[in-house]
Write a protein that binds this ligand. Structure first.
Ligand code: FAD
Length: 507
């Protein structure tokens, strides 16, 4: 689909590019965001080279990344739809309709996520999704993945990238007209950009880490707990969660402080781990073989919130995904948010084209093309500069909002899901969602089941909390809620906020 680039120009720049070790678009990092980005750009006719530090996960077995599986929801699906991929991705996902809470004595309580079974999130293997995205990107014919290639430096003055070939242990330098850093939370491209005056980054590490364990499928390949739920064992200062996998297994994640009376520093010996799990998560213990031994040897993961600004250097370099905005995983939105960056990039490109702009890329090598080509190439860089500025303007405020909500949701999942007042408010919220469909939208619903800006979800969440506090003040059972008063409050307080974003509220 070469609709955006002039054919002659493309031939010219590719010829110049190939002979001169020059990339048109260089994407750093073949994770979820980099792979989908490469595919979307390739579908517009760009030649994309993706440089990935690790080996090819489709052919070589590599250590699991930061999480074995993740939950994909509306924003992620919207971006996958743009690439025509959501049916094939969702065919490998397990729907989760709500949270299944496990008490210490093993009692189960189910809290639905949405208003009914039409609203759910999708548990999918991170590596399966990544492999699928890489193969789909390659199948466009315009994307080339280069593995064992670690980005070491970006020279913006020369438009060049330095890479270490980790196989050959050699460094080499490449020209690149546009560099997009999708190299995750420890981004090298971000480090390089932050050397420039006016560029800022803030990094905050949560004082909690995590370890993953697996509940394998039963003897007939069956799920050993409720399949269509995200399981949670909330225990005040710590919690265990489990997400179902397509093969009948569950991936369990224990979130625990690094230090303190109940912490990772206290769980280094097999015996201590055994006693801890038996006391806190009795119903899970029997389902996890070699629990204590596996736990002790499992890697300890860290969780960071990273905010930076700006995300681009003119039309030359851009950050997307975790490289631009890493968030803690408690809203299940990191990948969804990174995918949404790509939807908004696509919108910015389309709007730019509809205003008569073009997408030619700046090419500083004078030997490429004649004067006309050179003029258009310069124009191209200015065009990408506008697109990247606009993207950053639209995304920054929203990515900051989801970063803050994710930290807040951590305390909610950890502390409040076992608090009776909170549970009452959640039950009333469910009634309001049912009684006033489309009018009452919870923060969770706006984040998870809509494409409305995250900032709206943040603001609406504050209003929802006020409404719920007021309605729950004098009741002890959700059914006692005063629906007339609820309608009045929703119309007064929530409706004016939501109205502005009506088209984005549906999923
Ligand atoms: P990454 O996935 O980190 O990919 C970056 C890629 O860049 C990697 O392949 C890496 O090898 C490569 N790279 C790094 N440095 C270099 C370099 N110098 N040169 C070349 N290549 C490099 N998100 C959700 O949406 N839903 C969830 O339920 C969810 N659950 C999570 C649970 C946990 C425990 C964690 C930790 C995260 C979770 N996330 C979830 C977040 C999600 O995993 C990330 O947001 C997502 O993977 C980010 O994708 P990315 O492509 O931006 O970065």
């Amino acid at each position: 689909m070469d609709r955006d680039l002039d054919q002659n120009y493309q031939r010219e720049i590719r010829r110049g590019g190939e002979s001169a070790g020059q990339c048109q678009v260089a994407v750093i990092g073949a994770g979820l965001v980099g792979s989908l980005l490469a595919m979307l750009l390739a579908r517009r006719g760009f030649k994309v080279d993706v440089f990935e530090r690790r080996p090819d996960m489709r052919t070589e077995k590599i250590a699991a990344g930061r999480s074995i599986n993740l939950a994909i929801s509306t924003r992620g699906i919207t971006a996958l739809n743009r690439a025509g991929l959501s049916p094939s991705v969702l065919a490998h996902a397990v729907p989760m309709f709500g949270r299944m809470m496990h008490s210490k004595s093993g009692e189960l309580t189910f809290q639905r996520y949405g208003k009914d079974n039409s609203e759910y999130i999708n548990s999918i293997s991170r590596s399966d999704l990544n492999k699928m995205l890489m193969s789909e990107a390659e199948s466009t014919g315009n994307v080339q993945f280069h593995f064992h290639q670690k980005a070491l430096g970006l020279d913006l003055a020369r438009s060049s990238l330095t890479l270490l070939d980790e196989d050959k242990k050699e460094t080499h330098t490449l020209g690149a007209e546009i560099v997009i850093g999708t190299d995750g939370s420890a981004s090298k491209i971000r480090d390089e950009m932050c050397k420039l005056p006016g560029y800022e980054v803030s990094e905050e590490r949560l004082d909690y880490g995590y370890k993953e364990l697996v509940i394998p499928p039963g003897p007939e390949g069956q799920f050993l707990m409720e399949k269509n739920a995200l399981h949670i064992w909330p225990r005040g200062t710590f919690m265990l969660i489990a997400l179902p996998n397509f093969d009948g297994s569950f991936t369990c994640t224990l979130f625990l402080p690094y230090k303190g009376p109940v912490s990772f520093e206290k769980l280094t010996a097999v015996e201590a781990v055994r006693n801890f799990f038996a006391a806190e998560f009795g119903d899970a213990v029997a389902l996890i073989p070699d629990l204590a031994e596996n736990f002790v040897s499992a890697p300890l993961g860290h969780m960071d919130t990273i905010k930076c600004h700006p995300w681009n250097v003119e039309g030359q370099a851009l950050l997307l995904g975790d490289a631009a905005h890493a968030i803690v995983p408690f809203f299940g939105q990191g990948a969804n948010c990174g995918f949404e960056d790509l939807s908004i990039l696509e919108d910015c490109i389309d709007e730019h084209l509809s205003r008569g702009g073009n997408l030619y890329i700046d090419q500083r090598r004078p030997k490429v093309g004649g004067d006309d080509v050179r003029r258009r190439l310069k124009e191209g860089s200015a065009n990408w500069h506008q697109i990247f500025d606009e993207l950053t303007r639209r995304r920054k405020v929203n990515c900051d909002a989801i970063a803050d909500m994710a930290v807040e949701n951590f305390t909610e999942m950890r502390d409040r899901v076992a608090d009776p007042k909170f549970l009452l408010m959640k039950s009333v919220e469910k009634i309001l969602e049912k009684e006033f469909p489309g009018q009452y939208r919870s923060r969770y619903s706006l984040v998870t089941f809509s494409n409305a800006p995250y900032k709206l979800a943040l603001d609406a969440g504050v209003v929802c909390e006020e409404i719920l506090n007021s309605l729950c003040k004098d009741i002890s059972h959700a059914e006692e809620v005063d629906l007339k008063q609820a309608e009045k409050l929703i119309n007064q307080k929530l409706a004016p906020l939501l109205q502005q974003y009506e088209p984005l509220l549906a999923h």
